[in-house]
Design a protein around this ligand. Structure first.
Ligand code: GDP
Length: 199
């Protein structure tokens, strides 16, 4: 799939104010600072469409982008950011889980994981929730340029082993990097195949 057009639609502070559209949606989610905004800009061929944050925890709204006038990329708030006040963290979790469980036109979720880190409790909690709600999701292993090929393969293998222990079988695990421009084709192919399976 080629990206012809990508248009920012709106930022919504809560579930009720999200746009009233029925177009197919693909959500991107991960812990703060995982590289989500950078990846969205890379995917959509734009420098600054999703603001690359200097401060972790900045994305606190649901951002909708309309792509190729056909589908929506949904940038969900980061989760598991310990430095936010408890109330704000709870608000964000409610927003995220409401979105993932109630949004009827959500087709698939891409969960971003920093490829350098061991599985983190917040990620495992999130995946447990996704599996128990039968949400289809893929894992994107971000910042893969920061590791050697061997180290990346080891970390991927380790991550998959841990997921299997929890009975998680994500649709796929894709290494990505905005520096080496890796992973874009696989992500767009996944989106395309979901779109094709609907029509
Ligand atoms: P977000 O908080 O998840 O939206 O993360 P950002 O996109 O703002 O990125 C957080 C930091 O990681 C920034 O300093 C980015 O420049 C850096 N970053 C993002 N993606 C990559 C990547 O693929 N490789 C490297 N080396 N750094 C990255």
């Amino acid at each position: 799939m080629l990206i012809d057009t990508a248009e920012f639609i709106c930022s919504s502070p809560n579930f009720k104010t999200c746009p009233n559209s029925e177009g197919p949606e693909f959500a991107f989610i991960g812990r703060s600072n995982v590289g989500k905004s950078s990846l969205i800009n890379f995917l959509l061929n734009r420098k600054n469409l999703a603001k690359v944050s200097q401060n972790p925890g900045k994305t606190r709204m649901v951002n909708h982008f309309h792509v190729n006038n056909k589908w929506f990329l949904v940038d969900l708030p980061g989760y598991g950011y310990a430095k936010l006040p408890l109330r704000e963290r709870e608000r964000l979790e409610t927003l995220i889980y409401q979105y993932l469980s109630k949004r009827k036109n959500l087709e698939h979720t891409f969960m971003l994981i920093d490829s350098r880190l061991n599985p983190q409790p917040a990620d495992i909690r999130f995946m447990t929730w996704m599996v128990s709600h039968q949400n289809s999701f893929s894992i994107l292993f971000t910042k893969s340029d920061k590791l050697t090929k061997n180290r990346l393969a080891q970390n991927l293998h380790h991550y998959k082993q841990v997921l299997m222990e929890f009975n998680f079988y994500p649709d796929q695990v894709i290494p990505v990097s905005v520096i080496t421009r890796t992973g874009k084709d696989e992500i767009l192919k996944t989106i395309e195949s979901v779109l094709n399976s609907r029509s």
